[in-house]
Write a protein that binds this ligand. Structure first.
Ligand code: ZN
Length: 311
């Protein structure tokens, strides 16, 4: 069976928001914004994504928290497929997750793909990792080269998600797992926050996935996919809280940008107050929605059949 990526020939306007217009493909169900229709150069967008030689993205000790989350991610991968020994992480950030998998979970090969220059340098020089600084589609890996391929919050940035999935499926070893997390377009906050939903991120995010349509994509390329859950300890609570605070104040993710830019303004006091107010209920709601399909992320684990015909 030969699969070709959907050409999205049957597209309709889904909603016109203040910061972007959303379209939906009537054939495959993919939702995308107007930036998806333009030609963009990923190198231009992401080369400076990480700040400097330490490749930080955030201030105020948040980096230490992120490292803890990367360890948790490594542990999660271990629990999903304990016997795995090789991994490719597409969009590997600074590489902490790969570093932990090698150091603590017996991985013999931990490779990453990353195009942000500072992050590449950091993971190669400081963590000693095998990092490729080109787009996956320009790279050659052997068929069946990896037990696990992971992609955390990357697929929604890509121009050709289906071509990626097809290639990733072929690179998986028989029985191997593709582990992908993306924002959930069906999330509870997306339903009412309109243009203030944090996952919208027009300019960086090109496509939006909802559970059923996402599962179909994996099945199309011969993988047996399961939606593991829609809760992320790292993303969900903040994602909901920021979307709600932005909606209440009519601002463009003020606190999220403050954490990256660290420029103090008096308005920050109001934003912090609102965050303190909405964070506990957001955590609770996301926890209740753990397996519901309405949480803030989709974490999918897709297995390649042992007969190895996928891709
Ligand atoms: Zn389509």
């Amino acid at each position: 069976m030969v699969n070709t990526p959907c050409a999205h020939a049957n597209t309709r306007e889904l909603s016109r928001l203040a910061n972007c217009t959303l379209y939906e493909c009537g054939d495959c169900g993919l939702v995308f914004n107007e930036h998806y229709l333009k030609e963009t150069d990923p190198h231009e967008l992401y080369e400076e994504y990480y700040q400097n030689e330490t490749a930080k993205r955030f201030n105020f000790g948040i980096e230490a928290i992120i490292r803890t989350f990367r360890f948790y991610r490594a542990f999660k991968i271990f629990t999903i497929y304990p016997s795995a020994k090789t991994i490719l992480d597409v969009g590997s950030g600074r590489g902490f997750m790969l570093f932990f998998l090698k150091k603590y979970f017996g991985y013999t090969r931990a490779a990453g793909i990353q195009i942000s220059r500072n992050a590449v340098q950091f993971s190669r020089e400081k963590l000693g990792l095998e990092i490729y600084d080109r787009d996956l589609m320009e790279l050659q890996f052997a068929n069946g080269a990896f037990d696990v391929i992971s992609m955390w919050h990357v697929l929604e940035h890509l121009k050709h998600p289906e071509k990626y999935l097809e290639k990733l499926a072929s690179m998986l070893a028989p029985g191997g797992r593709l582990i992908i997390e993306v924002p959930n377009f069906n999330s509870w906050t997306r339903a009412f926050s309109g243009c203030y939903w944090l996952g919208l991120d027009p300019g960086f995010h090109l496509t939006y996935f909802s559970p059923k349509q996402f599962m179909n994509l994996f099945e199309k390329y011969g993988l047996s996919a399961k939606l593991r859950h829609t809760f992320s300890l790292e993303y969900s609570t903040f994602h909901s809280a920021q979307s709600i605070v932005s909606l209440l104040t009519g601002t463009d993710h003020f606190f999220f940008r403050f954490m990256q830019e660290a420029k103090f303004t008096p308005a920050l006091i109001l934003h912090i107050f609102l965050f303190l107010l909405v964070t506990p209920p957001c955590f609770l709601v996301n926890l209740l929605l753990y397996f519901s399909g309405r949480g803030e992320v989709l974490l999918v684990v897709a297995e390649k059949p042992r007969d190895g015909k996928a891709g």
